[in-house]
Design a protein around this ligand. Structure first.
Ligand code: GLA
Length: 724
């Protein structure tokens, strides 16, 4: 609900309230964001005092109590007396670096706004508030967009700059979100890691100064995720005030939180200002990507439930929103580059017998791709490996009752490729400097239309040559040596963003041309796991690390923002290729059910008993997929605490069904008797816990479910609960 009353703008969702108010000097103040409150003007919370070294704007005259450095603002500027984190930084033709924003107008539109060329939540039944601020000297209007997804407790934001003046302005920074808090006692949680160990939650109280996390790698990155949480010091899974902020963007980003001198916090989130500079000529506009805000007064579980539901129902698009996903087998870990049609067909045959529904041919099927040193960019079938092409292979797979999928890496090129030999200038390299290789490959300049057209043309031909139901869209290096031969020197600061726009455009084109195809995102595993990608790719390969025990941590961290149905997770062979660890197949399967579930091994290399276990797990997963994907997800333990087990739970929306998964750690002598307290059940119902007896929901939640004593390392159990 959007209420606008004499300069007071209030947004209500079912459980939260967000408010801003036109203040002195025409400055748009931020008054409140938090659990829902009755309608009132919350600007009574804003206090004014003469603060030393906090200057006042000219319009304030002799009033020394109004300083941009002190008041909470809706969208911060810079260079004009606010020394805290900027949201907007403009370079005017005279070389000055500043921005100064005053309220201009507002309008309310039915339905939630969409953004051309950028991902955004949908909300046909929602509303959009647009508040326009103006920088008169720059001639720039700043349109602040607010989308209200009432039933999801999500407020989305986007920012559109319009140059209405007579001269060109250079945009040095345009954050998507600025959020001021009139308190300083908050923790920041960021989700950080590295290749093969992504999204570990790192939580710390904010100290005076700025703490930031971001990426300048061209991708959202393995190292930091464009999702952060701010929360009260004592907030936990089930209690405490917390805020989640996600950026729907897959390129360079910065999340920054500043605790300032007067114990206030400002959070900004948007495109990273490093090497960003957008030239805005008169009449032109620039749109900063969407950010989504969510708030919970009851801890992280409720925060995640709200975000998960919004992502599942309002970000992921048809035909995949709320729909089952195929259980797939991928040949990568089984074969890497060494395969031919016969080997693939054999893998597919055994996979079909295990109940798998989709066979994915990974890297190595095209060009001269016999190792990671060659072939990227040559998107034609390698006829030595696949003599009959896809035209022959796909029907063979389909004859087994399976669908067929393909791996691609469109944004990259190998120096040893026809494409690079024909167009060396299409790969990033700064003139006069050396090449920067990652995995022995170079990155294509996706800001250039002719590059994208060429790559897409080749891909479309392959994808049209057979019935391809799925594509795994990978990217396997960070961008470096970024310089575009197609842009003048003063526009080089646009290249990173133009690459992301180019990526989105191609993904959208692929969705249009192949509307029923499922696209899975991937970036050396989880290097581009963000809400922006989920708009195009409903699932993302969560990590190149398929070790079930490491995966528990990776998937746990991922789950704070992203729902289980977005996490690509597979059963792979042991000893694990990344860690050398051996974990029972039951456990590997249960870990993979914390995701889309599939297989990444050669079935002929595992014992018949293990194949039978995987077959049963596949069957079980298919039967429970709706519960796992659509149910509320509860983290029952924190795997980073090195406790005796890691546990999680899915509860159906009507609370009549639940699936509890428990994975124990390494074996120990005389293990303790443990009981696991469940969550989210109906206290008044009685549940049958598989063959373990039946108990009241209240007992299972307050007293717990007894766990069997483990025998051996990394044992796992699932308990399927149904209401009697
Ligand atoms: C990346 C992906 C893997 C696999 C390889 C192929 O690392 O994350 O799953 O597809 O590329 O080269």
């Amino acid at each position: 609900m959007v209420l606008c009353d004499k300069g007071l703008f209030t947004l209500h969702t079912n459980n939260t309230t967000y408010q801003m108010k036109l203040g002195a000097c025409g400055v748009l103040l931020h008054t409140y964001y938090g659990p829902r409150v009755e309608d009132c003007d919350l600007s009574y919370l804003i206090r004014y005092a003469d603060r030393g070294f906090s200057p006042t704007p000219e319009e304030a005259g002799r009033d020394r109590t109004f300083s941009l450095d002190v008041v909470p603002q809706e969208y911060s500027a810079c260079g004009m007396g606010d020394f805290r984190l900027p949201s907007l930084d403009l370079e005017l033709p005279n070389g000055s670096r500043s921005a100064d924003l005053r309220y201009k107008s507002f309008r309310v539109e039915k339905g939630k706004y969409a953004l051309e060329g950028l991902p955004a939540f949908r909300g046909e039944e929602g509303e959009t508030l647009i508040v326009v601020l103006e920088d008169a000297a720059a001639g720039v209007d700043v349109e602040l967009y607010y989308g209200v997804l009432e039933n999801y407790d999500v407020i989305t934001r986007a920012v559109r700059l319009v140059n209405r003046g007579g001269h060109t302005v250079r945009v040095r920074q345009a954050a998507s979100l600025c959020l001021d808090f009139q308190r300083g006692d908050l923790d920041l949680i960021t989700f950080d890691g590295k290749h093969v160990l992504e999204r570990r939650p790192n939580r710390a109280p904010l100290l005076p100064g700025v703490r930031s996390a971001g990426s300048v790698r061209g991708n959202s990155s393995h190292q930091h995720n464009p999702f952060v949480i701010l929360c009260e010091h004592d907030a936990g899974e089930d209690h405490g005030l917390c805020y989640g902020a996600a950026l729907l963007y897959s390129g360079n980003f910065q999340a920054a939180a500043e605790r300032s001198q007067f114990e206030n916090v400002r959070l900004t989130l948007g495109i990273h200002p490093w090497h960003f500079c957008w030239t805005l000529a008169p009449g032109e506009s620039f749109t900063a990507p969407e950010a989504a805000l969510c708030c919970s007064g009851q801890g992280f579980a409720a925060l995640s439930h709200r975000l998960h539901r919004a992502i599942r129902e309002r970000l992921i698009r048809d035909p995949w929103a709320g729909q089952p996903r195929p259980v797939l087998i991928n040949n990568w870990e089984a074969t890497e580059f060494s395969f031919d049609a016969e080997r693939l067909a054999r893998i597919a045959e055994s996979a079909a017998a295990m109940g798998m529904e989709l066979f994915v041919m990974d890297d190595g099927w095209f060009g001269a791709r016999n190792s990671d040193e060659a072939g990227l960019g040559d998107w034609t079938v390698n006829r030595e490996k696949l003599p009959g092409g896809l035209e022959a292979l796909v029907p063979r797979i389909q004859a087994l009752g399976m669908k067929f999928g393909l791996w691609i890496e469109p944004e990259m090129v190998s120096e040893d490729s026809e494409l690079y030999r024909a167009h060396p200038d299409w790969a990033f390299q700064i003139p006069g400097r050396g090449k920067v290789r990652g995995r022995q490959q170079l990155a294509l300049d996706f800001s250039r239309r002719e590059v994208r057209d060429h790559v897409y043309g080749a891909l479309k031909k392959v994808l049209s040559s057979a019935d391809v139901s799925y594509v795994k869209w990978d990217v396997n290096r960070s961008l470096a040596a970024v310089w575009s031969a197609a842009l003048p020197p003063e526009r080089q600061g646009e290249v990173y963003h133009r690459c992301v726009l180019g990526l989105y455009e191609m993904l959208e084109q692929m969705r249009r041309d192949f509307p029923h195809m499922l696209i899975e995102g991937c970036a050396g595993g989880g290097g581009r796991f963000d809400a922006g990608m989920l708009y195009y790719t409903p699932q993302i390969w969560c990590s190149d690390n398929t070790d079930a025990i490491d995966r528990l941590r990776i998937q746990y961290g991922t789950s704070f923002c992203y729902p289980v149905c977005t996490m690509g997770a597979h059963v792979s062979a042991v000893p694990n290729a990344q860690t050398g660890r051996s974990v029972p197949v039951e456990t590997r399967g249960i870990a993979a059910m914390h995701g889309t579930f599939g297989c990444e091994l050669d079935p002929s290399q595992v014992t018949p008993e293990e194949r039978e276990i995987i077959r049963r797990q596949t069957e079980f997963f298919k039967e429970r997929q709706a519960l796992i994907f659509q149910g509320d997800y509860y983290r029952l333990s924190d795997p980073f605490q090195n406790g005796p087990f890691t546990a999680w739970e899915h509860v159906s929306p009507d609370r009549r069904e639940a699936l509890v998964s428990v994975v124990c750690g390494p074996a120990q002598g005389a293990p303790p008797f443990l009981a696991l307290r469940l969550k989210g059940l109906d206290p008044g119902l009685r549940y049958q816990a598989g063959g373990e007896g039946s108990y009241p929901g209240s007992a299972l939640m307050e007293a717990g479910l007894p766990l069997p004593l483990p025998w051996g390392d990394y044992q796992a159990r699932q308990f399927y609960l149904t209401a009697l």
